[in-house]
Write a new protein. Structure first.
Length: 158
């Protein structure tokens, strides 16, 4: 009888140990299953992001391959721009001539009353002469210093 009870005790003890191990194993399996489900969901989300990025790259590639006509200027646009530049240059030249005439008038007015004579150093330039680089042509007036001139007279004359 002792043998039977000993075997019965051993059997019950091992069965309880096996059940405890089965419960721990089941918990580990459930935990791994949950982690696996999380990984599958993350992979699906990454797949969606990759598809969206591929679509964006495809759209950008299509935009690069399309000819862009809106950003370039046509020959007519360039001709209009050249005509506008020439018109502005004519107006600039007319303003320059007007300024030179006004300076001449001022020189005559101040030259007649003070006894000083101003004369233009260079004749007014024509629109054809505007092609020379700046600095190569200078407009100015010559003044002859007379006896009795002071610094104040020279400042007024200039």
């Amino acid at each position: 009888m002792r043998k039977i009870s000993l075997w019965l005790f051993i059997f019950v003890f091992t069965a309880s140990l096996a059940r405890a191990q089965d419960a721990a194993t089941q918990q580990q399996i459930d935990k791994l299953y949950g982690q696996m489900q999380d990984l599958i969901e993350a992979q699906a989300a990454q797949g969606k992001r990759i598809e969206a990025l591929e679509k964006q790259v495809g759209d950008l590639s299509d935009k690069l391959n399309q000819p862009v006509a809106a950003d370039s200027a046509s020959a007519d646009d360039l001709k209009k721009l050249a005509a506008q530049v020439q018109e502005i240059d004519k107006k600039r030249q007319a303003d320059n001539d007007l300024i030179l005439k006004q300076i001449e008038k001022l020189g005559k007015v101040s030259g007649g009353s003070a006894g000083h004579k101003f004369s233009p150093a260079v004749s007014p330039a024509t629109s054809a002469d505007n092609s020379t680089p700046s600095g190569s042509k200078q407009n100015g007036y010559y003044y002859t210093v007379a006896a009795g001139d002071t610094d104040r007279t020279l400042v007024c004359a200039a």
